[in-house]
Design a protein around this ligand. Structure first.
Ligand code: SF4
Length: 323
């Protein structure tokens, strides 16, 4: 274990670096994210990259507003602002283009849709979820142009650094595509980068997942969203699950695995998500009898029990053996 001292308040309190804490440090007001479905599709579903999509993908199950008639973006933002102000006392907002692939359109369409969300003075940020194989330099330049006035993130779906896993789950891109997207985005300097990773994918053991932790961390990303593998209805993964080819984890196993993962990533990476979220009737497995808040507390408790914290086993890139 490295000798990183627990000096930062968030380490003492949470033992990892939560996004809420990052936002508190950065802004003098309460900031929340508003999820938007901007009407984009996905090249891994419409045939450009593949059909059928990622085997676990039921975008309808984790993105609000998907599956319904899509409300105009401005209305989605207004509705989100009203809700978050009332529920959490939020004051400012990050417009989060969440559903499907939010860079998958021509440049004029992208510009129009992004700017439709930026209509209100209380929108101070933009976060764009996409695939690493769907980010041209032209789109990067457009997104970078918003960094003058806004706090900007790009969220890249990766899930695993192992190409055999990416093939198995039909991601339609390899790890090289992710690395390339991250490096080109880092060239823009002011865009923050978040990676999405799933723990518990079929065919992966503990070592595989820890390699993903080390690999994404060494790329110098700014944030990470983790979630456990869950099986949603109407997915290819659900068929595999019912055949007995895929297993899901108990909450205790996941908590332990997340702690192992957190120990191996840089303490500077902001944790944007720690547990998966699926809406109501879509979930097949695992059914955990605990709230999200209880999972967060269990993770902090486990790290405390180990006398550990995010980054405790992180090996900085400069000290990795040259390969
Ligand atoms: S890239 Fe995203 S939206 Fe597209 S199939 Fe995969 S999970 Fe679904």
């Amino acid at each position: 274990m490295t000798t990183l001292t627990i000096q930062r308040t968030w380490l003492k309190k949470y033992r990892y670096y939560p996004f809420s804490y990052f936002l508190k440090e950065k802004f003098p007001f309460k900031v929340h994210k508003i999820s938007i479905h901007a009407g984009f599709t996905c090249p891994n579903r419409d045939g450009l990259v593949g059909t059928g999509g990622c085997t676990y993908c039921a975008n309808e199950s984790f993105s609000p507003n998907v599956g319904e008639t899509i409300m105009p973006i401005k209305e989605q933002v207004e509705k989100g602002m009203r809700f978050l102000k009332r529920r959490y006392g939020a004051e400012k907002f990050i417009a989060y283009f969440q559903a499907f692939t939010n860079t998958y359109a021509d440049i004029d369409t992208l510009k129009t849709r992004y700017e439709e969300a930026l209509f209100d003075k209380d929108i101070i940020g933009l976060s764009i979820g996409t695939r690493p194989d769907c980010i041209t330099d032209e789109v990067l330049n457009l997104i970078n142009s918003y960094t003058e006035k806004y706090h900007v993130w790009i969220e890249y779906g990766l899930q695993s650094m192992h190409d055999r896993t990416l093939r198995l789950i039909n991601r339609g891109h390899d790890y090289k595509a992710f690395k390339d997207a991250v490096l080109r985005t880092k060239d823009k300097e002011n865009i923050k980068i978040c990676a999405h990773v799933i723990l518990g994918l079929p065919g992966e053991d503990w070592d595989d997942m820890m390699k993903t932790a080390q690999a994404v961390s060494s790329l110098g990303i700014d944030g990470i969203k983790l979630h456990h593998l869950y099986i949603a209805k109407n997915t290819a993964m659900a068929n595999e699950y019912f055949k007995g080819n895929v297993k899901t984890m108990k909450v205790e196993e996941y908590v332990s695995l997340v702690c192992d993962f957190l120990e191996r990533i840089s303490p500077d990476i902001v944790i944007q998500r720690l547990v998966g979220d699926t809406h109501g009737n879509f979930l097949i497995s695992p059914i955990w009898d605990v709230s999200k808040g209880e999972v967060f507390s269990a993770i902090t408790e486990e790290l405390r029990r180990r006398n550990s914290y995010q980054g405790a086993r992180y090996i900085p890139r400069s000290t990795l053996p040259h390969t």
